[in-house]
Design a protein around this ligand. Structure first.
Ligand code: NDP
Length: 288
């Protein structure tokens, strides 16, 4: 039989999580700070809880999806040990590894099991084939509830250190933001000469896709500590990069996103790494 789930936080993401549990036949209890958001889910068969405590009492598995972990801490402050003891809390709120570790310790003190999660999907992807969630924390709780959590998409275990799901999540999103930073800068540049962004995107997508092919090699060089390259040395990149900054300025595009990269190339070459490839930059960025 399908195990019951409570969802606290019914924003864009929490609402999608609740719908996915409903769609897979789980009894679902929902709670949201603003009660109006329970309406559509109740229409789909969810049970509304009037308080967070009532929602926690309704299911052994309690999924949290609030805006920030400050909100999660605030919510936990209003719940007693008696209410939380024996529950498994799955916190899918975006946060840092340190926040997740602190929440795990706090949950443990309250007699609850804690799983932290990082959702690799937008709400529309939840329950579909491309969505997955990183999990970390209490491994036994993960094994117990994995069949239920599979309603959201794939499940990826990252370790019993509760901070690891957030670390993996932030890592992937960091790669994504780097890509988007490049995309908006490129579009801002070509637009200055009236090239249509939509037209240029047809060139940008295959180019970025081709460059992604270099990622495994950069990663392998970083792992091995053997940074010498026959693709494109830091010296070559350092020599070319002023052209980018100069062109941005000449075309009237801000250099605020790209100037720091010039500084990193400069200090890497100054440190004697002129012949190395991009993997060296990851070493240079490591400050501890
Ligand atoms: P929304 O802004 O749509 O929803 C935020 C939710 O948090 C609402 O339910 C809101 O309640 C609740 N909330 C905010 N402050 C408090 C508080 N002090 N006490 C109780 N509840 C509070 O955000 P999303 O649903 O999009 O995102 C939720 C989490 O999921 C975030 O951490 C986000 O980073 C993460 N996430 C979102 C993705 C996305 O594509 N949307 C992708 C991956 C992760 P109320 O309705 O009362 O305001």
């Amino acid at each position: 039989s399908s195990s019951p789930v409570s969802i606290l936080g019914l924003g864009m993401m929490g609402g999608a999580l609740a719908a996915a549990f409903l769609n897979t036949g789980h009894p679902v209890t929902v709670w949201n700070r603003s009660a109006s958001k329970t309406g559509p889910l109740v229409a789909q068969g969810a049970l509304p809880a009037t308080t967070a405590a009532e929602a926690v009492a309704a299911s052994p598995l309690v999924v949290l999806c609030l805006l920030t972990n400050d909100n999660v801490n605030e919510l936990l402050a209003g719940l007693s040990e008696k209410q939380l003891a024996g529950r498994t809390l799955v916190n899918l709120t975006n946060g840092t590894p340190a926040q997740a570790r602190a929440l795990a310790a706090r949950a443990e003190k309250l007699g609850a099991r804690y799983l932290d999660g990082g959702i690799m999907a937008v709400p529309q992807m939840i329950g579909g084939p491309a969505a997955y969630v990183f999990y970390s924390g209490d491994e036994q709780a993960y094994e117990t509830h994995r069949p239920t959590l599979a309603a959201l998409g794939g499940t990826k275990w990252t370790g019993s250190d509760a901070g690891l799901a957030a670390l993996n999540d932030l890592g992937l999103l960091t790669g994504m933001y780097g890509m988007f930073i490049g995309v908006v800068q490129a579009l801002a540049l070509v637009r200055t000469e009236n090239i249509k962004a939509e037209e240029y995107a047809e060139l940008l997508v295959p180019w970025i896709t081709a460059m992604l092919g270099l990622v495994p090699e950069i990663a392998r060089d970083l792992d091995s500590g053997q940074h010498l390259t026959d693709v494109s040395s830091l010296a070559v990149n350092q020599a070319a990069f002023p052209n980018f900054l100069t062109a941005f300025k000449e075309q009237g595009v801000s250099v605020e996103l790209f100037e720091p990269f010039q500084a990193l190339l400069d200090r890497s070459v100054e440190a004697g790494h002129a012949a190395d490839g991009l993997s060296r930059l990851a070493e240079m960025l490591t400050v501890r």
